[in-house]
Design a protein around this ligand. Sequence first.
Ligand code: BGC
Length: 411
Amino acid sequence: MELENKNEKNAKFLAFPKGFFWGASTASHQIEGGNVNDWSEWEKSPKRMAELKKKNKNPEEYISGKACNSYELFDEDLKRIKEFNLNAYRFSIEWSRVEPEEGKWNEEAIDHYKNVVKKLKENNVEPFVTVWHWTIPLWARDRGGWSSKKILDPFSRFAEKMASELKDVKFWITLNEPEVYAGQSYLIGIWPPQKNNPFVYVKVIRNLIKAHNNIFHVIKKINLEAKIGIANPNIYFEAYKNRFVNIVLKKIVDWWWNFYFLDKTKNGLDFIGLNHYHHSRINYGFHKNENKIVSDFGWELYPESIYHALMDLKKYNKPIYVTEHGLADAKDRYREWFIVESLKNVHRAIDEGANARGYLHWSLLDNFEWAEGFTKKFGLCEVDFKTFKRAPRPSAKIYAEICKNNGFMLK
Ligand code: BGC
């Protein structure tokens, strides 16, 4: 890909490819508020309440409730998107809103998403639309959710409906991090429906593979121009000291975690969405990260890892969009540093042949961080969850400059 030629004028400007997408990402259940789905019911369930109380946690902080109220305040979000000079915005469609009862479409909800797309387009912001970001309607949950094949036809019907209503959308992300969801919900059992069953876990992964492959064709049939991908949660696994055992272990986890889902869906992928948060230095089956700098989540902030995650994906020969990357950092101590250092690594990967065409930061807003409730702050904007005021953090201003200039000066 051709890099913009600012380098000649100033050797220190790190320019990104022409037409690079600069964006931010969100997900319906984390920002919209007022959703009624498998998660919202689980958040309030006696089992969940008891678990939280046992850990001395305030249950109110763990109920999504009105979240960021983005369903009503999309115009506020759009203002921030513009202010940050973004030319891409990723959001997800809440299936439980569009089809609250099986087979009955909620036209008001569909109009809402149409309006979001229209306004983004009017402002020259490219929508990246996720069909499924972890939540399902109650009726689909009652049929066994993703552990049952019965979900496949309704899911295709939902995708078909949305693709025909949102014809202007070019970039579609079918599924968000299927492996993470399957693991948390069906293996480790900390997310709804809290199962710990390796057989069901594998079944869920299989169903999600089928779901992707089905809706790839469904969307293409309606919109030949559509570009369809998955947001995959690749981790950079590093074999500590290149010890033989660690190299073997790395190969196994790479195969299962990073590549299995992509290998099973690659004929139905126009691009790969990379959600990247983790580096794991493997030593005899344990993590041996240095953890010199960590986020509020305790996750190591290791900017080089995105370089490796991108290079690992080169073998698929497809365009790559970083569809999530970010950190929980309420005080904004590391965000600017982390964004800039990580982007240097994205640039390095592009220089070395990785076909990365966009970077969408997670997230536009502080939001409902799943089992962590509102306690983890990933936002470029701080959100006051009582008034719903969005206040850009200082690092957002730096990110906005980078987006505007399609690059930045190296210091
Ligand atoms: C998910 C987001 C989540 C983020 C931070 C990703 O795995 O797609 O929904 O908020 O990580 O944990």
